[in-house]
Ligand binder design. Structure first.
Ligand SMILES: Nc1ncnc2c1ncn2[C@@H]1O[C@H](COP(=O)(O)OP(=O)(O)O)[C@@H](O)[C@H]1O
Ligand SMILES: [Mg+2]
Length: 258
């Protein structure tokens, strides 16, 4: 674990971008999200941590409506999430998502992966879209891989392409669900560095991760989930040095001393 102690100032809560208000969701008998209230300010970086099965992925997936909710509301930029159709496609573009398992289109080249959404959802003109795709691939450090297929790249390179693909849509917010969990250890940092840079550039980000070094250096706020609830939230320094709840203490002792 890297120890970096640069803490960003807390973003002003005055400019909310993503607002979850009393959100509840069940999977059958399982109450997977319980009374979730969470407001993410524009430009804020929120790291979500918690034990496996606590609902972190489900929380992310509700924000771009990969999962519906049973009650409560979710708004982005003041607007409720659209239910279907072109509006929903646009929402998915506004909310970039990066998964543990890259999820690139296997039969498209790297460049095509970053082009597709721009052409189909944003209806960007081809030449502009390609310029933008190449610039983004350069930004994440894989410009020279543009004509290869995903399987020809390392996991770390594929994940950086996945980030470029999401960024190509000019998202309002980026969700990362354990983006480095499937990577070999030597590739974790190259992905975290791209995410760090994105955070510094002011992107609004929700990041589910066990990388505590990233949380300490990039997050404005840490949200700790357990059993479908937000149990605790605090600035990273405060959370790591002085967790208040027993569940957070227990969780931290397990991941910090494993
Ligand atoms: N589609 C689904 N159907 C039924 N149960 C699910 C589904 N997705 C997740 N779950 C359950 O919901 C709980 C929370 O899952 P998840 O959000 O993936 O947690 P986390 O990401 O924190 O590990 C787990 O008990 C999981 O088994
Ligand atoms: Mg998960």
């Amino acid at each position: 674990m890297t120890e970096v102690s640069v803490t960003k100032d807390a973003a002003p809560a005055a400019d909310p971008l993503v607002v979850l208000d009393n959100v509840n969701k069940h999977f059958g008998a399982l109450h997977v999200l319980q009374d979730i209230d969470l407001t993410i300010a524009r430009g804020e970086v929120v790291v979500v941590i918690g034990p496996s099965g606590s609902g972190k992925s489900t929380l992310c997936r509700t924000i771009n409506r990969l999962e519906t909710i049973d009650s409560g509301s979710i708004t982005i930029d003041g607007k409720p999430l659209p239910a279907e159709g072109r509006e929903l496609a646009r929402l998915r573009a506004d909310v970039g998502m990066v998964f543990q398992s890259f999820n690139l289109f296997a039969h498209k080249t790297v460049l095509e992966n970053v082009l597709l959404g721009q052409l189909k959802v944003r209806r960007t003109e081809k030449k502009l879209a390609e310029e933008k795709a190449r610039a983004l691939l350069d930004r994440v450090g894989v410009a020279n891989q543009a004509d290869k297929y995903p399987a020809q790249l390392s996991g770390g390179q594929q994940q950086r392409v996945a980030i470029a693909r999401a960024l190509a849509m000019d998202p309002k917010v980026m969700l990362f669900d354990e983006p480095t969990s499937a990577l070999d250890p030597e590739m974790i940092n190259e992905v975290l560095e791209v995410m760090q840079q994105l955070a510094r550039d002011g992107m609004t980000m929700v990041v589910v991760t066990h990388e505590m070094g990233f949380a300490r250096s990039a997050a404005n706020r840490v949200v700790f989930m357990s059993d479908g609830r937000i149990v605790e939230e605090a600035q990273p320094d405060q959370f790591f040095s002085n967790p208040r709840s027993d569940r957070a203490k227990d969780f931290l002792s397990k991941i910090l001393h494993h």
